[in-house]
Design a protein around this ligand. Structure first.
Ligand SMILES: [Zn+2]
Length: 142
């Protein structure tokens, strides 16, 4: 069976058509991220343990590239794990009716267009860019 979040199907059937659309996009992206993670973790393992067995990589191992590749894959897996957590949080908020689609900093609507592109967005474009300038800190509204 496919991996499921803890949220039951009963709650999902309560969603409005609009919310169902976000839910579908979230689940689709979630699946992509899970698949990417599986790909990267198998790649990372292959590069870690069979460095000499893959034709080109013997030569590349001499240059230290395999380690570089391995580190890069681990970094991507870490990033993907973060995204997956954020996606799961978003699904949870959507299904439980806990303010999905509202910016967690200023409370305004993140907006349909942005949500269709990035359905797990937690912040509106404005707060997101403030956070980027602040090094990830919450904007100061005072
Ligand atoms: Zn905001």
């Amino acid at each position: 069976m496919a991996k499921k979040t803890e949220t039951g199907n009963a709650a999902v059937s309560q969603l409005s058509a609009q919310q169902k659309k976000y839910y579908d996009v979230l689940m689709r992206i979630r699946e992509q991220v899970v698949r990417q993670m599986e790909f990267h973790s198998s790649e990372a393992l292959v590069n870690n343990h069979n460095a000499g067995e893959k034709g080109m990589s013997t030569h590349m191992a001499d240059l230290g590239s395999d380690n570089f590749l391995h580190d890069m894959e681990l970094a991507m897996i870490t990033q993907e794990t973060d995204v997956l957590e954020t996606i799961d949080e978003s699904i949870e908020r959507l299904v439980q009716g806990e303010g999905y689609g509202a910016c967690q900093d200023c409370g305004c609507d993140i907006g349909h267009d942005r949500l269709m592109v990035k359905p797990y967005a937690k912040f509106c474009v404005k707060c997101k860019s403030i956070r980027e300038k602040n090094g990830g800190m919450r904007p100061d509204f005072n």
